[in-house]
Design a protein around this ligand. Sequence first.
Ligand code: AMP
Length: 290
Amino acid sequence: MTETTPSTPKAPTVVRTPEELARLRASMGRVALVPTMGALHQGHRSLMSAARGHADTVVVSIFVNPLQFGPNEDYDRYPRTLDADLRVCAEEGVDVVFAPGVEVMYPGEQIVTVDAGKMGRVLEGEFRPGFFEGVLTVVAKLFNLVRPDVAVFGQKDAQQVAVVRRMVRDLCLPVTVVAAPTVRDGDGLATSSRNVYLSAAERDSALALSRALLAGADASSGGPEAILAAARKVLDAAAGAVPPVLVDYLALVDPATFTDVRPGHRGSAVLAVAAWVGETRLIDNVPLTL
Ligand code: AMP
């Protein structure tokens, strides 16, 4: 009788410095980069598997970027789970993990940054001033350090995808941006590293976000006003739940510019929502065709 032992997936090469990365780069062939802040979940796994279809070498970066957190945000308590993350990367067949320290990414004062312009001042940018500047600055650094052919981002952060695409276009960066669909748990909640903050009751309340988006999507034949009204109705009810859902914004926007769609708009749109449940801020969105 032959005994079968479960095969251990091959561990990725862990790289900590730009110098090690540069040494490896020549032998990587076509590279797909998946930028993350770690605390990896099913959403990240789906990006890794999408990346595999675009490249010889899949690189995952794991870096909790201080520049994109506001002074009162959760930088200090953001989950950091590198050992578990490396196991996830191994299971997903990731080749290289780039996990630099803060001193590697920000060795001194960051004087020059990348500004997302007017796209960085609406919706997420309005409620999180400096957020997209922090995101674009670290993404630009990662692009220059890893030199990927393709970079994979999640549709879950739809405005992030839009501003990164715009940066690539406006600054002529030699990278193809790929967006992968949002992964949800069975109850509809979009998977997020921040979901670990939610108590059971908060998680129940948080389901209003995906329910509102679904209600909006169901009303799409009625046009922008009907979509927003249907979603708003669900969120208004959730404002009275215990614990309550407190909405930062609900908006129906053009997926490329993130400006509000006009009445009578036809074509693609994104219905996006951000809300607080307890101490946790959640975002979600759904792409629509009107
Ligand atoms: P984060 O680690 O939260 O910065 O996310 C890293 C990447 O994973 C970003 O491109 C996110 O949009 C993506 N991502 C996060 N959650 C999901 C999800 N539920 N589905 C798909 N992509 C996701």
